[in-house]
Design a binder for this molecule. Structure first.
Ligand SMILES: [Fe+2]
Length: 380
């Protein structure tokens, strides 16, 4: 088997892909509803990718294209993000707080979400959310594609925003006449959606939406990798959407329509590691809780410690190894570019040790009892 060359990172290059919590830069004028009472205190974050903000003030931590965007919304108790449409997939991951998500032409359906819940809203559906908890809340958001095509707010919101002097230009830029922007001429702005088009928006019933929710209690954690039987290994994955990096053939994601990315939860107990592997796609890690040390390169000569709430982007082609730090477990959200199934390539010494442990990868790339395979050995 010939191994393709792997990419090596310097410590400086590795550090530049680490977005710490203090690096997240909020923008409170990102969208057309930013002056509406009850919505004025929402903070918008663009962490990876160009995002969908309508404001030029929005900071993007890692603007490099990943095939998807990662952002966040932070809102105090009682604050609402109003009904809007996206043209690519939008996935909400509740990091903190209690939230009510609403959807439908008039927000007539709702779902109560709490920490650890994930919801994927179909395209061309009006959606909004309110922090219905008693404390500040935080949601990570993933949007499909590099270019998400912008955002369209509900016509009621756009009509009200015009009363505050806010408009959206045809190229998705916020026009604020109270800040001196000239009043746009008719035809220069995106008009509110006509009533007949609003009426034609498809309805997603609550039972249909349930199939697009992976609540914390729904998660199906199973040992995920070929190294599961090796000392200090046995990390578990729970799929969320799309086909990710799990090598467990019993894993099935609940949500399978194309998003341009896959999402999985990775759980490691104290002291556990995931053995070194290479991936051909960009991989983003978001630490839900706990801490993990990320070793990079063939010789593990570069490392970065990732703590709760932080985001990290691993380039394609880099050897990476994870180690749970401290006395507690760590949970990591893993987002990988592409709708295809991903094939982690564990290093030959890992496959060799697994084989001695009686495990090999079958021709489908899934972990199997080696003695059951026609050619006793490992795939590839
Ligand atoms: Fe959104």
């Amino acid at each position: 088997m010939t191994e393709s060359a792997t990419l090596e990172l310097t410590q400086k290059q590795a550090d530049a892909r680490h977005v710490k919590r203090s690096d997240y830069a909020s923008c409170t004028v990102a969208f057309i509803d930013c002056k509406k009472p009850g919505s004025h205190l929402k903070e918008n974050y663009s962490i990876i990718g160009p995002g969908v903000s309508s404001s030029n003030d929005q900071v993007v931590n890692l603007p490099e294209p990943h095939g998807f965007n990662v952002g966040a919304a932070a809102m105090p108790s009682g604050i609402t993000n109003n009904l809007h449409i996206h043209f690519t997939a939008e996935v909400f991951v509740v990091q903190k707080g209690s939230w009510t998500f609403r959807w439908g032409a008039h927000g007539e359906h709702s779902f109560e979400a709490s920490e650890g819940d994930v919801l994927s809203v179909p395209t061309w559906i009006f959606r909004g959310f309110t922090n219905t908890g008693t404390d500040d809340g935080w949601i990570f958001t993933m949007l499909g594609g590099d270019n998400t095509g912008g955002v369209v707010f509900h016509p009621d919101i756009m009509i009200e925003a015009a009363e505050y002097g806010l408009f959206i230009s045809k190229n998705n830029t916020l026009i604020d006449t109270s800040k001196g922007d000239p009043v746009p001429a008719e035809g220069e702005t995106i008009p509110p959606m006509p009533a007949e088009d609003l009426a034609a928006i498809r309805d997603i019933s609550p039972s249909e939406m349930t199939k697009r929710i992976v609540a914390e209690s729904d998660r199906d954690f199973r040992p995920a990798f070929i190294d599961a039987g090796l000392p200090n290994c046995g990390a578990e994955i729970a799929p969320i959407l799309g086909y990710g990096i799990s090598q467990n053939r019993d894993h099935n994601p609940r949500i399978t329509n194309p998003h341009t990315f896959s999402m999985e939860w990775l759980k490691m107990q104290a002291g556990q590691t995931v053995s070194p592997f290479v991936l051909d796609e960009k991989m983003v890690l978001i630490i839900r809780y706990g801490s993990v040390r990320l070793y990079l390169n063939e010789g593990s000569d570069v490392s970065v410690d990732l703590n709760a709430w932080e985001t990290y982007s691993i380039p394609a082609g880099v050897v990476r190894r994870f180690q749970c730090l401290g006395d507690d477990a760590v949970e990591v959200l893993i987002v990988v570019s592409g709708d295809h199934r991903k094939w982690p390539r564990f290093r030959p010494e890992v496959l060799d040790a697994a084989w001695k442990d009686g495990k090999a990868l079958d021709a489908g790339g899934f972990v199997a009892k080696a003695s059951l395979l026609p050619n006793y050995g490992w795939a590839g």
